[in-house]
Design a protein around this ligand. Structure first.
Ligand code: AMP
Length: 395
């Protein structure tokens, strides 16, 4: 079956067409600047790169243009899209598995908008557009929060009045679930050991970053919370803060909720501390040029990652593997060196030469005698969404 995976953002639409008989990507790309001027779509279809400039007033125009390209190339003869899988960022308590989209499911996703006001509306627009363009083709929602639903209550409970948390649904949910699940499973494959007998810490570090403890194949804790703001510092997000910082900002800076949300989501993290960029590569470059705030920003991130790895090793009473993924996790040997060289108390030993070598394949970066396996595994969220979609359709 051919599955089209869609990830709709407010001004973008990512797509990936997968042949699930071979779990192979036939086409992938992104439409950017939807609703803005100078829109464009770029893609790789059967290994060939392409790009068109196109102003798009909404997701419908973007998806129609994408389908036009696919119909001229891969979707020929009797090849057609058998199902569409949508990435949906928040499933809250309602969705813990990929869900075949019915009108009732759509209404329930809509009701969760308050959890992720920036992300849910574009997802809904992507779903409605695909329903319109592919009448009769099954549509499936795959949720970023789903893998984390196995956390014990003491790991997801905040220290708020219990009734208040219950009434408003305030608890840790976690994100990047498809990525954490994928790299944790692949870590077991790399180790050639059963997934359900391992203790793994997965570090998904990119523009958004989260760290997860996976014990016996199940998530037992994760660093992001009710929203993707919690945890380590990110490109522009603040990560953990004393809640007193919020009340201080509200009072001292005369901010309202909207201004505060904008500050915490868009102006903090690597960007806020360094003043250089939200892009880790650029901050590393500035640190190389002796920029002190760039160094401070990076060390704050590295230290945050180190503390989560240690905390999760404690939570699981041991750790078999620590796996890095995401743009930073896969590419920053500086981060991996800093973190892994401070895990000797666990018996972990980094192979510096392997760690420094650039590679795009899943690999160990630990020495053969390391008591904890250290691994770098490129993530593949699209494949997990396609697998989830196939599963829901076959069910
Ligand atoms: P993602 O959100 O997973 O696409 O990751 C994006 C982040 O990965 C950005 O902060 C990039 O600067 C960072 N990144 C990509 N390549 C490198 C690299 N070679 N060294 C350090 N950071 C990198």
């Amino acid at each position: 079956m051919l599955i089209l995976v869609l990830n709709a953002g407010s001004s973008s639409l990512k797509f990936n067409l997968m042949d699930m008989d071979r779990e192979e990507t036939l086409a992938e790309g992104i439409a950017e600047r939807i609703g803005l001027s100078e829109g464009f779509i770029r893609w790789t279809i059967q290994g060939e790169k392409g790009r068109i400039e196109l102003d798009m007033n909404g997701h419908k125009k973007a998806l129609s243009a994408i389908m036009e390209q696919l119909h001229q190339t891969v979707l020929v003869g009797d090849r057609e899209v058998g199902a569409v899988g949508h990435r949906v960022v928040h499933g809250a308590n309602s969705f813990v598995d990929p869900e075949l989209i019915t009108p009732a499911v759509l209404t329930e996703i809509e009701a969760m908008t308050f959890y992720a006001p920036l992300h849910i509306p574009p997802s809904l627009s992507g779903i409605r557009t695909a329903q319109e363009l592919f009448p009769g083709v099954p549509q499936v929602a795959v949720f970023d929060t789903a893998f984390h639903h196995t956390m014990p209550d003491y790991a997801y409970t905040y220290g708020l009045p219990y009734e208040l948390s219950q009434r408003l649904g305030l608890r840790r949910f976690g994100f990047h679930g498809t990525s954490h699940q994928y790299v944790a499973e692949q870590t077991a494959v790399l180790l050639d050991r059963p997934f359900d007998q391992l203790k793994i810490v997965t570090c998904h570090l990119g523009n958004g970053s989260s760290i997860t403890a996976v014990q016996n194949g199940k998530c037992v804790d994760t660093s992001m919370g009710l929203t993707p703001l919690e945890g380590v510092i990110m490109g522009t997000r603040c990560g953990n803060l004393d809640p007193g910082v919020i009340t201080t900002l509200l009072e001292q800076e005369n901010m309202d909720g909207k201004a505060l949300a904008n500050l915490l989501n868009k102006k903090c993290g690597l960007l806020g501390i360094s003043g250089v960029s939200s892009d880790c590569r650029e901050v590393e470059e500035a640190m190389g040029n002796k920029n002190k705030r760039a160094k401070l920003a990076l060390e704050t991130l590295w230290y945050g990652v180190l503390k989560y790895v240690g905390g999760y090793a404690a939570a699981m009473n041991g750790v078999d593997a620590v796996t890095f993924t995401g743009g930073i996790g896969e590419n920053s040997n500086a981060l991996r060196t800093w973190v892994c060289s401070r895990l000797t108390y666990l018996g972990a030993r980094l192979d510096a030469a392997v760690n420094d070598k650039r590679s795009k394949v899943a690999r160990f970066i630990s020495t053969p005698d390391s008591a904890v396996a250290l691994a770098v595994i490129p993530t593949n969220e699209e494949l997990m969404i396609a697998r989830g979609t196939l599963h829901a359709v076959e069910k």
